[in-house]
Design a protein around this ligand. Sequence first.
Ligand code: G6D
Length: 342
Amino acid sequence: MIVEVEHQRHGVDLIKIDNDETKIIFTNYGAGIVSWKYHDNNIVLGNVVEADEFYFDNPFKFGASIGRYSGRIKDATFKLNGQQYQLEQNDQPHHIHGGKQGLDSKLFDYEIFNEISQIRVVFTTTLQSQEDNFPGDIEVKITHTYDANHQWSIDYEAVATEDTLFNPTNHVYFNLNRDNNVVDNHRLYSEHLNMHLLDDQNIVTDEVLELHDIFSDNKIKLSDIFTSDHPKLQQQMAQYGGLDHPFTVGNDKLFVENHEFSLEVDTDMPNIVMFTFNQPEAWQSDFNIYKAHSGFTLEAQFMPNDINIDGDKALSILKAGEPFHSKTSYRIHEYAVTGNDN
Ligand code: G6D
């Protein structure tokens, strides 16, 4: 495997890894992924022209690391150890993605390790309480590993100076279609597909639908979810224009496939938020060449807003000085052609 670094303007570096059949690019800006190609097919949405201006201007957070808290926190407030904290209301009136000074906005330090059959890029930064109003500073280490089996893994490690919340993810958007047509033809598979429903402000409720109870096919096509006449699904799709929902999956594994590829996600995080890029028009930019459903995210994370649901038992609580570790990997397989399922 070959790795090369390209320096762009504004301190942005591209770390380009070439594994013959596949090529993947990471960046120190937001410790993110920029592109992932299987032969000439880019399977993630990204900076096709590799222009350095692209990264600073993307409200959809293509490929960026997100944190310290990925999902929405209702009313941008939470209580921890008896103290109430007020966060930036950057998703009125809620808080999302850790705010303006989140991981996605950081220029990380990094080191590259070229090892047998894999390349590891270790990114480090510090999140500061003074910048984002969460308690405590956090030393964050995000390691992207790419291996000879076309598997991209992300390890999140962190240590905080005070009890705080830590709920990181990566905001990559996939599209397995060669023509980059909308992703409605992609199918989901996991032993369980428990979909957590949202209220009218994108906040998780306690209502859950098991998609396998609604659809007879083992593999569930996104277009069937989008157009379902199941009353709850219909209401959620009308409200959001697609998926923006946390899922609980079976055996920590979810597969998404089209007629050509199968993408396997393995995670030790309890939930995966799937967002199908529902309102691209919210991004006013020449870089925005996207229509609704141009891609989908698979954001492994703790349940959004868990601190306001579970209080002291919230899984996102990170105790002072206790090491945090979580791992998510995405593996791409070529899939036997079974006909045109577009
Ligand atoms: C996240 O859940 C959110 C979406 O609502 C948001 O629009 C997107 O990030 C940019 O996935």
